[in-house]
Structure formats: C-alpha cells, structure tokens
Design a protein around this ligand. Structure first.
Ligand SMILES: *Cc1c(COP(=O)(O)O)cnc(C)c1O
Length: 196
C-alpha cells in the first residue's frame, strides 16, 4: 500500500493542470515532477506562491539546461556526461541528481547501461555542482517480469555504490518498486486514486 510507504511520492504532474496541483498542494502534496521543460517553467511561475519541491523527471535536452537547472532541486534523469557539462556551466547551486540507468536493454530508452555505470560514476566525481544521491530507472511497459528484474538490479547497484536513494515505480508497478526498496516513487496517471 502506498499509504504505508515511508519514502517520497513524487507526483508526476504532467497529467494535471496548475489548478489541480494547487488543490493537491492544499491536500498536502509538496513534491512534483515534470517531464517537459516548457510545462515545468509555466507551472512553476503559476505556482510561485507555494513552497513546492520541484523534481525534473523527463529526458533533458542539453540546450534546455540553462533555463531550468536553477529552478529545480532534484534531477532524476542524469544520463550522459555532456548533460553534466551543461549543468556545470549554468547551475548556481549544487544539483541533487539521480543517475538514470537503463536496465531493460531497450534501445530507445535513455539511461546509462549497467556495464558503463562504474566509469560514469567515476568521471562524474569531478563535477562539483553535481551531487549524485541515487539511481533512477523506468520499468518495461507491460512486462512485469522484466520490470521486477530492473528494480532488483537498481537496488543492488545503489547498494554497491552506497547511494542512499532509488527512484523507481510508477502507477502500474509501484508495488514492485516498494518491494525492492524504492525511496522515490513517481506516480502520475493514478495519483489521485492511489493517494486517496
Ligand atoms: C509520466 C511519468 C511517470 C508517471 O507515470 P504513470 O504511469 O502515469 O504513473 C513516471 N516517470 C516518468 C519519467 C514519467 O514521465
């Protein structure tokens, strides 16, 4: 049950308008994750009076870093060094980042492949505006077996590198994510019914 979950439930708010988010905030939802830069910036402006913690959870293009990086607290999708280079160039505070790992071997999916994670984590140490706090992954659509494997692997890798946080689990697979020690769920479509 999501109610017993002790970690952070990030509302993946792409399905919600700023007005719906304002309502959710009044009901006690303070963490929001957007996955498109333009929508994020528009909503942040409209909700400026609220003390929201903003996460960015979508694929991030390098040319968008400048306008958004200082507006977020958490980036869930650090997946390449040239993105880190842009963050170094434009961030004026340390950004808490999850490294996105592709654990379902889907070509179209972003994320560091597990065999490259060691090297990536080594190189990223030089980037002093990036604080790696954990790993993030996305399950495989309609494949609970592959999804559970991915969540299990993410848990093992986070432990191996002594990273405290694991961002995994969405509306249809959050139970598997909790089972494998997720600390941050990203729930969108079913947010309202699951939080009821
Ligand atoms: C939309 C989105 C979610 C939430 O997905 P739901 O299935 O709607 O819960 C989680 N993570 C990312 C990266 C998303 O883009």
């Amino acid at each position: 049950m999501i109610k017993d979950f002790k970690g952070t439930v990030v509302c993946a708010s792409k399905y919600f308008t700023d007005l719906e988010m304002r309502k959710l905030y009044q009901q006690g939802v303070f963490h929001y994750g957007e996955n498109r830069v333009q929508d994020f910036l528009a909503k942040k402006t409209k909700l400026m009076d609220l003390n929201i913690t903003w996460h960015f959870i979508g694929h991030l293009q390098t040319n968008k870093v400048k306008e958004m990086i200082n507006e977020i607290t958490y980036l869930h999708t650090l997946d390449r060094l040239n993105l880190a280079d842009q963050i170094m160039k434009y961030a004026n505070h340390k950004i808490k980042c999850f490294v996105q790992v592709n654990l379902t071997a889907e070509d179209q999916k972003s994320g560091i492949l597990p065999e490259n994670l060691d090297q990536f984590l080594l190189e990223i140490k030089k980037y002093d505006k990036i604080e790696i706090i954990g790993l993030m992954t996305i399950g495989k659509d309609l494949d609970m077996v592959a999804t559970e494997k991915a969540f299990m692997m993410l848990d093992l890798l986070a432990s191996k590198y002594q990273l405290p946080y694991r961002s995994m689990g969405m509306s249809d697979d959050y139970e598997l994510a909790i089972k494998h020690h997720a600390t941050h769920l990203r729930i969108g479509r079913k947010f309202k019914e699951l939080m009821d």
